[in-house]
Design a protein around this ligand. Structure first.
Ligand code: ATP
Ligand code: MG
Length: 487
């Protein structure tokens, strides 16, 4: 077992025996490479507000299972370390200097996370030296920092965007760690998407190599909800809610004319969660297209046929399309194009414009049927709004988890909700795979029955989807190897 773990580069998998034996997928701790570190009592022990809370401190052995539904004879499951305050901390709060950085695209809730890290550090632990790194990773070595105090961040959660600024590209691990070392930073809070978390992992490794007493904590950000392992990412509910306004507008436009079609493009480069949930929430959508579910235009069971049927039945229709949907179809029309952004992400071709043109060509321009199509792309309007109440609460808890973890000496971790409980998850676990809509799962079936759209799937497609799903389940069940020998 241990050889297999080492071959997989997962030395932090630990078997925990007992009646409910499990595998703990642990996160690194400063004491792993800095033995004999001094510990301090958690200052929260003296905080009268918390004295009334029964069991306020999380026991060091508490874990959270990744899978909550257990099938008979399934191998022992993976658990993650439960997040929360510990009795002992590894930093003397008066000494701590912490910094916060935001990278990648905008997402509602960024400012709330920043605010709550600053206020949480200050109010719970008495840490008052917190500053922001301006404009993403490159700000570590290229730009000035800003001091962050509870006063200066007081109302930033009411604003969209990130008060610290953000950027793509510019990750130079050595220069970043040099800057952390030179500035005497003890805790680094990194808020960003998959690319950012990969960068955070490199920063952690270099810090460990240099033997620095610096905790690195990631707060995963993705409006698409495509981060593996975790239940939901912050900003997602806000995005689904704001998407309703675009869908409503499309519905009003479409239903006000004869054969009106409203097309709304929503975010979702690789995962169609926003499109799926926005569709399920709205009930005005007749068809939802996502990257995970291939579709085709022409012929029997195709999109054109369905559109024509809906227009004849109902006089109008609303179509929601996730930005990553139908990329193979577009690529077929425009084979030569392949672009990347500054971080090396593949730039997708605009499916909304493409699909709108295709539909217009098929119906009106070919003289088949007179349609009126309105295309709405609310992407930047959605990304830029402040987070709604439920996301604000979630952001607060994520920020608190990150603070408690860093103070307790954990490092190289991201925070996340697993089965409704806050946990610490190793970086690689959230960056190596992506969370996707499983089209053979119940949720997608619910969507199909709510829109009544065709599945666009042949028997062969369904077989393939099932195979892919099984593979994904196998990968995410308990590491990349079997634990059968340890029943
Ligand atoms: P999103 O894609 O959701 O907007 P992201 O965090 O994935 O967020 P990116 O622009 O890909 O956004 O990356 C943000 C930062 O992380 C950039 O500064 C980039 O240089 C850095 N980064 C991206 N990928 C890596 C990587 N593999 N290793 C180190 N740094 C990376
Ligand atoms: Mg990314």
């Amino acid at each position: 077992f241990e050889e297999k773990m080492a071959a997989d580069g997962r030395s932090n998998l630990k078997i925990v025996e007992g009646d409910f034996g499990y595998v703990l997928e642990d996160v690194p701790h400063l004491s792993d490479y800095l033995p004999n570190l001094e510990t301090y009592p958690n200052p929260l022990q003296n905080n009268p507000s918390y004295a009334v809370v029964k069991q306020y401190f999380v026991h060091n052995d508490d874990t959270v299972p990744q899978k909550i539904v257990i099938q008979k004879n399934s191998p022992r499951g993976t658990h993650f370390r439960r997040a929360g305050p510990r009795q002992k901390v590894y930093f003397q709060p008066d000494d701590v200097q912490a910094c916060i950085v935001t990278c990648g695209g905008l997402c509602p809730g960024l400012n709330t996370v920043i605010r709550e890290i600053v206020c949480g550090l200050n109010h719970m632990y008495g840490v008052d030296k917190v500053f922001g790194i301006v404009d993403g990773y490159k700000g570590f070595y290229a730009r000035n920092t800003v001091d962050l105090t509870p006063k200066s961040v007081d109302d930033i959660h009411k604003r969209g965007g990130t008060v610290l600024g953000t950027s793509r590209g510019g990750h130079d691990t050595m220069k970043i760690v040099d800057s952390i070392q030179d500035r005497g930073i003890h805790q680094v809070y990194i808020i960003g998407g998959d690319g950012t978390q990969k960068g955070a992992s490199l920063i952690f490794e270099e810090i460990q190599r240099r033997g620095l007493k610096v905790a690195v904590a990631g707060i995963p950000k993705t409006i698409d909800n495509d981060i593996a392992v975790i239940d939901k990412s912050f900003g997602f509910d806000t995005a689904v809610g704001e998407a309703q306004r675009a869908i409503n507008a499309a519905h009003v436009e479409a239903s006000s004319v004869e054969n009106g079609i409203g097309v709304v493009k929503l975010m979702g480069r690789y995962s169609g969660f926003i499109a799926m949930y926005a569709t399920l929430a709205s009930r005005d959508v007749d068809c939802c297209l996502i990257p995970e579910s291939p579709f085709y235009l022409e012929g029997k069971g195709g999109l054109y046929e369905y559109i024509e049927k809906r227009l004849k039945e109902n006089g109008h229709m609303v179509l929601v399309v996730a930005e990553g949907a139908g990329q193979e179809l577009i690529a077929e029309s425009l084979r030569s194009m392949d672009h990347q952004d500054a971080s090396g992400n593949k730039l997708l071709l605009d499916v909304g414009l493409w699909l709108s043109q295709k539909i217009k060509d098929h119906f009106t321009n070919s003289g088949r049927m007179q349609i009126t199509l309105k295309y709405i792309d609310p992407t930047y309007m959605i990304r830029a709004i402040p987070s709604i109440a439920s996301d604000n609460v979630y952001c607060t808890l994520l920020a608190h988890s990150a603070i408690h973890g860093a103070m307790a000496g954990y490092t190289g971790f991201t925070v996340g909700l697993v089965n409704g409980r806050h946990t610490y998850i190793p970086f690689y676990r959230v960056t190596e795979t992506r969370n996707k809509v499983v089209i053979t799962d119940r949720m997608w079936a619910r969507l199909l029955s709510s829109t009544n759209q065709p599945s666009f799937l042949s028997a062969k497609d369904i077989e393939e989807a099932k195979r892919a799903e099984n593979l994904q389940k196998w990968r995410s069940s308990s590491g990349k190897f079997t634990l059968d020998g340890h029943h």
